[in-house]
Ligand binder design. Structure first.
Ligand code: NAD
Length: 516
């Protein structure tokens, strides 16, 4: 697909040219007299569009509209809320192709990954619809006579959602659709590297609410950190801030929101490893590690960044990886044959080059890659060669997340040693082992094994399904979102005790009788 036609298609189908604004307060705020933000494509550096940024006044209006909508939305029965989300998923399905192309244009994902991003939104919407009939708590046995105890989950309030550039709409949907069936409304502050995808998404989903004569429940505020960033985090009317991004920014978010006793859902950076044992199916392991390390040009939170290889297969496996890396097609993500598109911007390219230099200074040996990739007619795009570096566990750079396609390879002798290397990083998001040996697999899954939120056997660290709770431990922030019981973070949990007896007995046998 050609760039010009792709842009024409998304402008027409997703209305981004018409909207021209990064602020949805219930209607789109006007662009006049505002600071503007241009969005450029990492494919070729060309401008995709311009939107107006939020002012402090817009921010005030957004939060007031969100508060007022929350008061109405929370009154609607859960299953009815679920039906609306289902209709939204049906609507997104109609836009899957165009919205997916916009994701590819704006963040450089391959066409198939761009469509996958929209499919993930659709899937979580259908999941949320089912969930809307299952928001239930436990009943507990009371120690007191004629007492009943149970838990209920009520809507929590307007929720602030801040998302990273690399999942420019799916992460928003993970949060917003689940929050919506629980009875909440959301205010989205997307990455300023992917504002148009956010504008298009908000445009599509709110149309469904309007069609059903409902107030908007999905608000948008694109703004500079210095204009609205701290107001957003300090806002007491957001009982919960869901943040997806780097450990550095997430730590600041955790601190500011914690100061006001707000809740946070932190989904921060990873430094994911795959352990490949001598008992694996070699071809599957090569595919799994290559997908994990190369997909989205290494710009997934779950990207495989470290390969821990058994000494007996080290040379053969590394040779196969090298071949795979050298044959992989790098170029415009709009070409269906491309497997690796561009990095998001020049800063990312600089980070990539610096990490490689640092790794070499620390004793790492370059196996393949290591350079900027020049592509004809795409000179202003941000393409790099996927890189493999032989490393040792003591190198500091191996403990950092560089958001680029760099894979550090380390050798191990015993499964115990492999897990020591594996866990010796500050982050704890995703992990994988490739083995057909049940002892190795169970060791990896045991209490001595992987310390990550996600542990995969014979499949990649990347590519999670929506049905599981997603998130990680340690510096990754401890948050869980998407499937399983992750919905509970968006709810106000209340323990209820009802006394239907004729006197007031106290718990733990405490006596407190007032003489009359
Ligand atoms: P980032 O931390 O630079 O930005 C994340 C978001 O925070 C953006 O929307 C940005 O505009 C906003 N932001 C920046 N400063 C802010 C401030 N002072 N106040 C409020 N908001 C602020 O991260 P990024 O480069 O967009 O994304 C890449 C990072 O995200 C990687 O570390 C990756 O691992 C992580 N990530 C984690 C997950 C997960 O689920 N664990 C998923 C995707 C990405």
């Amino acid at each position: 697909m050609n760039f010009k036609n792709a842009l024409k298609q998304v402008q027409k189908d997703c209305d981004i040219k018409m909207v021209n604004s990064g602020v949805f307060t219930g209607s789109w705020s006007k662009i006049e007299h505002k600071k503007k933000l241009d969005s450029f494509s990492p494919i070729n550096g060309k401008k995709l569009g311009t939107i107006a940024l939020a002012t402090k006044k817009d921010y005030k209006q957004v939060i007031e509209s969100a508060e007022s909508s929350f008061k109405e939305w929370r009154k609607i029965p859960g299953p009815r809320r679920g039906e609306i989300i289902k209709e939204i998923s049906d609507e997104l399905l109609k836009y899957k192709e165009s919205l997916g192309i916009l994701v590819s244009l704006e963040v450089g994902k391959t066409i198939s990954e761009g469509q996958g991003e929209v499919q993930e939104m659709i899937d979580i919407g259908y999941f949320a619809t089912g969930l809307s009939r299952q928001i239930y708590g436990n009943t507990m046995a009371s120690e007191r006579k004629h007492h009943r105890m149970y838990e209920q989950y009520k809507p929590l309030g307007p929720i602030g959602v801040i998302t990273s550039f690399n999942f420019p709409s799916a992460v928003w949907a993970w949060n917003s659709f689940i929050a919506a069936v629980v009875g909440d409304v959301t205010v989205w502050k997307p990455s300023s590297k992917a504002p148009l995808t956010a504008v298009a998404t908000i445009n599509i989903v709110n149309k469904v609410l309007k069609r059903n004569n409902l107030q908007p429940i999905f608000f948008l505020i694109v703004g500079r950190g210095r204009d609205i960033g701290d107001d957003f985090l300090n806002e007491r009317r957001f009982p919960l801030i869901s943040f997806t991004g780097s450990v550095k920014t997430g730590s600041k978010v955790g601190e500011l929101v914690g100061k006001r006793q707000g809740k946070t859902l932190l989904e921060l950076g990873g430094n994911n490893a795959a352990i490949v044992t001598e008992n694996c199916d070699i071809n599957n392991a090569v595919n799994g590690v290559a997908f994990g390390a190369l997909a989205t040009a290494g710009q997934r939170c779950t990207s495989t960044r470290r390969l821990i290889l058994h000494k007996n297969i080290y040379d053969t496996f590394l040779e196969k990886m090298k071949k795979a890396y050298q044959s992989v097609r790098i170029g415009t993500p709009l070409d269906p044959n491309t497997l690796i598109g561009p990095l998001i911007d020049q800063q990312s390219v600089d980070n990539y080059l610096n990490a490689i230099k640092t790794a070499q200074n620390q004793g790492g040996k370059l196996v393949t890659g290591g350079k900027i990739k020049k592509i004809k007619d795409l000179e202003n795009g941000f393409y790099v060669e996927p890189t493999i570096i032989e490393a040792t566990k003591d190198m500091d750079i191996v403990k950092e997340e560089t958001f680029a396609p760099i894979l550090y390879v380390m050798k191990y002798k015993t499964i115990e040693e492999a897990l020591t290397i594996h866990n010796n990083v500050p982050q704890g998001l995703s992990s994988a082992i490739f083995t057909n040996d049940i002892r190795e697999e169970e060791y990896f899954l045991s209490e001595k094994g992987s310390d990550c939120g996600i542990a995969n056997v014979n499949t990649s660290t990347a590519g999670a399904e929506i049905g599981g709770a997603f998130g990680g431990e340690k510096d990754t922030g401890g948050g869980r979102e998407s499937g399983s019981d992750a919905w509970k973070i968006y709810a106000h949990r209340q323990t209820v005790t009802v006394n239907y007896g004729k006197d007031v007995p106290l718990a733990q046998g405490v006596k407190f009788d007032i003489e009359e």
